[in-house]
Ligand binder design. Structure first.
Ligand code: PEP
Length: 242
């Protein structure tokens, strides 16, 4: 049995006041899922004070380097130092807006695991790639890039987030059946660890579509962007993951 995980990706949103209010509004009564909140870096210590047993903190990015002259970077061990448990790696915004290559994503994934953090590796196809029926090929290539640098047994203590790029922040969601097909494919590519790895769906998840997605056999929760900025809405999504 895999415990569901619902992770909030605040992206570059929020403030100290927002974080305070968010925690006041977060209602996890009756929630069976694990919950992770991934705020911008400056708010991680603030959140670390607030999270308890049921909620963990996550970062949205990390350096592939351990330490040294890398101005502006944050290492895995620094995150670990602040009690951070998860880190998002290879989000499509970082791949497309900041030119992160699959090799860099793979190195970040390895850096996270070496420090004992759980990487949430994002994979997903663009609209064009889906129209060309290349979805599975694209995802296979993204997974292979990580395994080729970190070894085929690297999926232990990792989370995968299937995030079709065309569904992120657009209000368009993959149907539960579309998502399930890709999740099943991903699980089959993870070797021995496959049965244990949590595979999240991401892309315009809301309380209105969450239950149908979570009802699929290989969908183990969600990575939530926009809807995670509303504590009540995010709480409803968490409650849908049983
Ligand atoms: C994301 O950015 O990871 C995401 C899933 O965003 P949204 O929920 O807004 O589509």
């Amino acid at each position: 049995m895999r415990t569901p995980l619902v992770a909030a990706n605040w992206k570059m949103n929020g403030s100290r006041e927002f974080a305070e209010q968010f925690f006041k509004g977060l209602d996890l009564e009756g929630v069976a899922a694990r919950v992770a909140i991934c705020p911008p870096f400056p708010y991680l210590p603030l959140l670390a004070e607030k999270v308890g047993e049921r909620v963990a903190t996550g970062a949205q990015n990390l350096s592939e380097q351990a330490n040294g002259a890398f101005t502006g970077e944050v290492s895995a061990s620094m995150l670990e130092d602040w009690g951070v448990r998860y880190v998002i790696v290879g989000h499509s915004e970082r791949r497309s807006l900041y030119g992160e290559s699959s090799e860099l994503v793979a190195r970040k994934f390895g850096a996270a695991r070496s420090a004992g953090l759980i990487p949430i590796l994002c994979v997903g196809e663009s609209r064009e790639e889906r129209e060309q029926e290349r979805t599975l090929e694209v995802i296979d290539t993204q997974l292979h890039a990580v395994a080729s640098i970190n070894g085929g047994d690297c999926w232990e203590n990792a989370v995968i987030a299937y995030e079709p790029v065309w569904a992120i922040g657009t209000g368009m969601t993959a149907t539960p059946e579309q998502a399930q097909g890709v999740h099943r494919f991903i699980r089959g590519r993870l070797g021995e660890a496959g049965a244990k790895v949590q595979i999240l769906y991401g892309g315009s998840v809301k309380s209105g579509n969450a239950a149908a997605l979570f009802g699929q056999a290989d969908i183990d929760g969600a990575l939530v962007g926009g809807a995670s900025l509303d504590a009540e809405e995010f709480s409803r999504i968490c409650r849908a993951a049983q």
